[in-house]
Design a protein around this ligand. Structure first.
Ligand code: NAD
Ligand code: TYD
Length: 343
């Protein structure tokens, strides 16, 4: 089988490439990535010389290049991870989110219609459901929870989901969608909460917690997400949507303190800063459907996953130190330089 993995030079996409190479060595992986600031070719070094792996530097918005690839390679499955993925960046500049996350998705699906495909899988997010109140721990996101977005990022992802279902209904495209909670693990770009806090703590820099840090996210180790997608693309029925999450809800402040504890750094590094605009309060996934239909269960407990992740960042300093030089420093200065520090 030939599987196109878009966004395979990013965080979850690269972990998925590694997972597939190990789990299904007979399958060929064609990685498509335009290498934005979030994509790193060095991440893919372990598989670059593998004869069942090919890398294509293609932007998913570029219809001609995408069509040429489909014509040359005739893929069986497409898994679309390629996206602008950071909420804070979407608040600064929504346009690129609409272009990549919505238009890019439509280009990929048009190629699937034109050249034929066994399955198009859309990697989506629990953020399409909006947020839940902090005082209702009984409430969870189910697959039929109404879409109700907050940020330009989540709106662009929800729009793409609607388009995917429209292509299924209108053109009969064989599609599936997965909506996962927050991932953590190796190769996550150090602008997201966990790797940012690890990198800053190691450098004894302030740890910028938005507002009071009471917002809750439902954390899943990245390999468990990859395993769920693998089950869906091979076993799920066309037209199905699955929520993915491991019932691991934590407040941001708890995560940051835990990182301080593991790295033996003082809580005095924590700095409460001006809150994110439109900040979602709580995400929480009900994963019953994927468990019942496909037998999926998370394997990595948070206590183990976070230790492995911190250890990975300690062992792979050149990977992230390289990333946080240059352009990233301009981003950091812009986002955090003028952010009001709260008392
Ligand atoms: P990421 O930002 O680390 O990686 C995105 C990758 O897509 C990068 O390699 C980038 O170069 C590539 N890309 C961006 N625009 C492109 C374009 N126009 N053409 C081709 N490639 C392009 O993101 P991630 O955290 O790995 O997320 C992957 C997917 O999973 C996204 O669709 C995201 O919405 C979804 N998701 C992420 C999380 C999470 O916690 N990170 C949770 C649920 C869902
Ligand atoms: P993030 O990793 O950006 O993921 P998402 O917004 O998609 O959930 O942020 C996770 C949580 O951490 C979110 O509530 C915002 C918060 N956060 C901070 O408090 N400080 C930071 O510097 C960052 C990047 C995030």
């Amino acid at each position: 089988m030939k599987i196109i993995v878009t966004g395979g030079a990013g965080f979850i996409g690269s972990n998925f490439v590694f997972y597939e190479r190990k789990k299904h060595p007979e399958d060929e992986i064609l990685c498509v990535d335009s290498l934005t600031y979030a994509g790193n070719l060095s991440t893919l070094e372990p598989v670059m010389n593998d004869d069942k792996f090919k890398f294509f530097k293609i932007d998913i918005r570029d219809r001609d290049s995408v069509y040429r690839l489909f014509e040359d390679e005739k893929p069986d499955i497409v898994v679309n991870f390629a996206a602008e993925s950071h909420v804070d960046r979407s608040i600064e500049n929504p346009t690129i989110f609409l272009e990549t996350n919505i238009i890019g998705t439509s280009v990929l699906m048009d190629a699937c219609r034109k050249y034929g495909i066994k399955r198009y899988h859309q990697v989506s997010t629990d953020e399409v459901y909006g947020d839940l109140p902090l005082d209702r721990p009984d409430m969870f996101f189910h697959e039929d929870t109404p879409i109700h977005t907050s940020s330009p990022y989540s709106t662009s992802k929800a729009s793409a989901d609607l388009l995917v279902m429209a292509y299924h209904r209108t053109y009969g495209l064989p599609v599936t969608i997965s909506r996962c909670s927050n991932n953590y693990g190796p190769y996550q770009f150090p602008e997201k909460l966990i790797p940012l806090m690890i990198a800053n703590a190691l450098a004894d820099k302030p740890l910028p917690v938005y507002g009071e840090g009471k917002n809750v996210r439902d954390w899943l180790y990245v390999e468990d997400h990859c395993k769920a997608i693998d089950l869906i693309i091979r076993n799920a029925k066309d037209g199905e949507t699955y929520n993915i999450g491991g019932h691991n809800e934590m407040k941001n402040i708890e995560i940051v303190k835990l990182i301080c504890d593991y790295l033996d750094k003082p809580y005095s590094l924590i700095e409460h800063v001006e809150d994110r605009k439109g900040h979602d309060m709580r995400y929480a996934i009900d994963p019953t459907k994927i468990h019942n239909d496909l037998g999926w269960l998370p394997e990595t407990a948070f206590a183990d996953g976070i230790k492995k992740t911190i250890q990975w960042y300690l062992d792979n300093k050149p990977w992230w130190e390289n990333i946080i030089s240059g352009d990233y420093m301009n981003y950091y200065e812009k986002m955090y330089g003028n952010r009001k520090v709260l008392d």
